[in-house]
Design a protein around this ligand. Structure first.
Ligand code: C2E
Ligand code: CA
Ligand code: CA
Ligand code: CA
Length: 279
């Protein structure tokens, strides 16, 4: 029986492909990543479409793993969600982002909003409002300079709860945006009931603006809908001058994408802000 057990182990070991091995290793290591200071945040500018003034930055978490190198959040955020580690990690990102924006304000960059991504689990954790209140209080950031980005998936089977949460955030003047708009389930009826400040058009629509006429129509549609509902629109994933020109001509409010800037380390963002100030 003992040798059979060993064969089994060998069999499974051989059957593990690279992907599941990495997944397994990462989920083990993620537990300690925070304590070991392996996580850090980059900030990605979001600019006003007409003037290219930087109106805000989105906090994007990164993991510098000792063996695997830089691990993408697309890879480890889902693991954090599975394991529940998204709760302490998300709280850390929120605190760091608020602290950092307060520092920028004290340096004279006074009108930038910092946006923080919230996954479903985070949003629906118990006492989330108290946690947000505590962090805002602790860091001294004015709540109107904080934005929380949620996705359409938050509403699936939690509609009432999330509607209530958004109302509470609005009372506190905290902004809320709907991320990856157009990729998930969402009804216009639901959209109408939400206290949203901004919708972010998913980059998959922006990507094909010039090659796929349907995408043009979808974007035009979203823009006029948002205007009617008095919401701000951000187009994500803008990489080319042509995409930017189209969105600008359609009076999209804000742009985020590599065309203007990649996600930046704190120092690099500060250099960019300073160079913009001088113009
Ligand atoms: P997201 O919230 O949709 O963030 C935008 C992603 O698109 C970022 O990838 C950003 O670097 C990328 N992006 C922006 N503009 C362009 C562009 O012009 N071209 C291309 N090719 N990419 C662009 P990133 O940083 O890898 O993040 C991936 C996802 O991971 C995020 O998608 C978000 O869902 C999640 N994420 C990142 N940080 C956090 C966090 O702190 N908490 C949670 N819950 N999720 C996070
Ligand atoms: Ca986002
Ligand atoms: Ca997005
Ligand atoms: Ca996303």
């Amino acid at each position: 029986a003992k040798s059979q057990g060993r064969n089994q182990v060998q069999y499974y070991t051989a059957a593990l492909n690279m992907h599941s091995f990495k997944h397994f290793a990462l989920s083990n290591d993620l537990r300690k990543a925070l304590a070991k200071d392996e996580l850090f945040i980059q900030y990605m500018p979001r600019v006003q479409a007409q003037t290219t003034e930087i109106l805000g930055v989105e906090a994007l978490v990164r993991w510098n793993h000792p063996d695997w190198g830089l691990v993408s959040p697309a890879e480890f955020v889902p693991i954090a969600e599975e394991t529940g580690l998204i709760i302490p990690i998300g709280e850390w990102v929120l605190r760091e982002a608020c602290k950092q924006n307060k520092r920028w304000q004290d340096m004279g960059f006074t009108s930038m909003t910092v946006s923080v991504n919230f996954s479903v689990k985070q949003l629906l954790q118990q006492n989330i409002l108290q946690t947000i209140d505590r962090i805002v209080e602790e860091t001294g950031l004015s709540p109107e300079y904080l934005e929380i980005e949620i996705t359409e998936s938050s509403f699936i089977s939690n509609e009432k709860e999330v509607i209530h949460l958004l109302d509470e955030l609005k009372k506190r003047k905290i902004k809320v945006s709907l991320d990856d708009f157009g990729t998930g389930f969402s009804s216009l009826y639901l959209l109408k009931q939400l206290s949203l400040d901004t919708i972010k058009i998913d980059k998959s629509f922006v990507e094909e603006i010039l090659t796929n006429p349907v995408n043009k129509s979808i974007i035009e549609c979203i823009l006029s809908l948002a205007k009617a509902m008095n919401m701000n629109v951000v187009a994500e994933g803008v990489e080319t001058a042509e995409q930017y020109a189209f969105l600008k001509s359609k009076e999209c409010d804000e742009i985020q994408g590599y065309y203007f800037s990649r996600p930046l380390d704190i120092k690099d963002l500060e250099a960019l802000l300073k160079s913009k100030q001088m113009n």
